[in-house]
Design a protein around this ligand. Sequence first.
Ligand SMILES: Nc1ncnc2c1ncn2[C@@H]1O[C@H](COP(=O)(O)OS(=O)(=O)O)[C@@H](OP(=O)(O)O)[C@H]1O
Ligand SMILES: Nc1ncnc2c1ncn2[C@@H]1O[C@H](COP(=O)(O)OP(=O)(O)O)[C@@H](O)[C@H]1O
Length: 625
Amino acid sequence: MGRPPDIDVAAYLRRHESRDLLRFIACGSVDDGKSTLIGRLLYETRALFEDQLAALEADSRRHGTQDGEIDYALLLDGLSAEREQGITIDVAYRYFGTERRRFVVADCPGHEQYTRNMATGASNADLAVVLVDARKGLLPQTRRHSYIVSLLGIRHVLLAVNKMDLVGYDRAAFEAIAEGYRALAAQLGVPQVQAVPLSALRGDNLLRRSPAMPWYRGPSVLEHLETVGIARADRDLGFRMPVQWVNRPNQDFRGFAGTVAAGEVRPGDEIVALPSGRRSRVARVVTADGDLAVAGEGQAITLTLADELDISRGDVIADARRPPQVADQFAAHLLWMGEQALLPGRPYWLKIGTRTVGASVTEIKHKIDVNTQEPLPAKRLALNEVGYCNLYLDQPVPFEAYADDRTLGGFILIDRQSNATVAAGTLDFALRRAGNIHWQHLDVDKAARARIKGQQPRCLWFTGLSGSGKSTIANLVEKRLHAMGYHTFILDGDNVRHGLNKDLGFTAEDRVENIRRVAEVARLMTDAGLIVLVSFISPFRAERRMARELFADGEFLEVFVDTPLEVAERRDVKGLYAKARAGQLRNFTGIDSPYEAPEAPELRLDTVAESAEALAQKVIDHLLD
Ligand SMILES: Nc1ncnc2c1ncn2[C@@H]1O[C@H](COP(=O)(O)OS(=O)(=O)O)[C@@H](OP(=O)(O)O)[C@H]1O
Ligand SMILES: Nc1ncnc2c1ncn2[C@@H]1O[C@H](COP(=O)(O)OP(=O)(O)O)[C@@H](O)[C@H]1O
């Protein structure tokens, strides 16, 4: 196979800069011939640089498996070597093009442990190439890959039935696989399937139809990739555009920039800004190349409006006649990508469109076996697992069901401490319309209640290991404050767990819910004008931060009761450490359940260096200072 002729890049770009772009994901294992398929597409479309070509030819002679011929798989297998060294590969993107279309292919590892990588690659792909080895037929991995493809809303699958040369180009073998896959695709809700019998190694039906399979009259792989029409949604939603930034170079121009997510927009169209609900009309549709009479899906534009509306990044500008819904509670599917398991109740950041809001999973309804799509009971979601959940956002967002619009229906969850993306998700439907729940105005407010008590409401949040001294010190503080005429209340872990939280245990999920509930109660008590002392182990930083964020600045004081584990264990006032060491008590903090010490508490109490009485006075002095 001779090297393809060099091309005149400038002439090529002049001829093709208007070509549209197809993003696709290649699913399958190296054994299915995925590397050979992608490698050959890159080679035949001259997407390789001179040095890559020279290296490929040299490597093929040295390491190739094709008797010195070009071994296209070598182009991609370098990545698998990196994987074997444990180097985390998110997704490898490759770029190539032909006279008719530009392509970006996401090469994702096929193994279940890389499911999150596949979700990343699929999240903005329009088509999936699903490889099947003609000798092996549909495998569990085929189902898993196809489920992820359907979950991420990809509507087109090219089923590449590879290695047809190894089954004698048998038509019946191909058609049995194609028929089986179409049944699977129908079950998963993937509307468009094009099955192509090929041999990536020999090139049969890869670039053009092969005489080796005269019975196949469909397109080759490349022909299908070049010509498939991408339908992004069934429903015509009307114009939607998440605002990426507000362009205000001077007093005379205020433009709202973004990429059209759905529909079309023209000057004069009536629009609504969400979630505010304010309306206006489009004055101009501005681009770097001048004003447009109309803009459609995928176009980057700047809109100016007839009225001065207060719109900011994260808002959505939409067709006023057919606006998206706005809600703050949803049923959603999540693919968990975090090393640490999802904990219901834990606050995350949720990014949808261009908006980022606080969010937590209020309930995991069930998880879904990615290989069989069977629902399974679950209280947590671990890495690469898919769950069906209820989601609560701390503010309403404009949205669409993911099946209708991936931009306003797809989201990611971000860990608040590490800023890592921990989940990719799809909104199914709203559980509650934000507009149906109102804040009830009440005439007597927190300030009025605190005034008649002659005090400032506060939350003193004591955190520390079991036996560290939280209850002892909190009790001393309350006694002294009470004697000084202050109105106080203690919420103690042991006590609250006999009533309000008696349904909770000591798994991480239950501790998250325990702290969520008691933080809300503590806030209500400060709304009542009280000084609240909370004495809970509260082991996780995320939940202590979530508690802190419920209070006004300066109202929440984190008090770290800092007792080393060996000292608390020596005290062992309830004998629980002994039980935990003897294996009679599981999930015991400090033994087989973590405690995350505060990084910047308002107060740190060293119970080894000072007595409980002295430390209690320290808290009071700080509080009344
Ligand atoms: N497995 C396990 N781990 C930790 N603690 C345990 C456990 N089982 C029972 N106990 C007793 O419960 C008290 C801790 O409850 P909390 O609500 O403060 O814990 S948490 O905030 O939900 O982590 C704690 O009370 P304190 O010793 O006063 O902290 C223990 O006495
Ligand atoms: N400096 C100190 N501060 C608080 N407690 C202390 C101190 N020194 C010894 N202790 C003893 O340690 C134990 C702490 O128990 P407790 O207050 O119930 O802890 P927690 O509420 O954190 O589980 C008590 O028996 C207390 O008398």
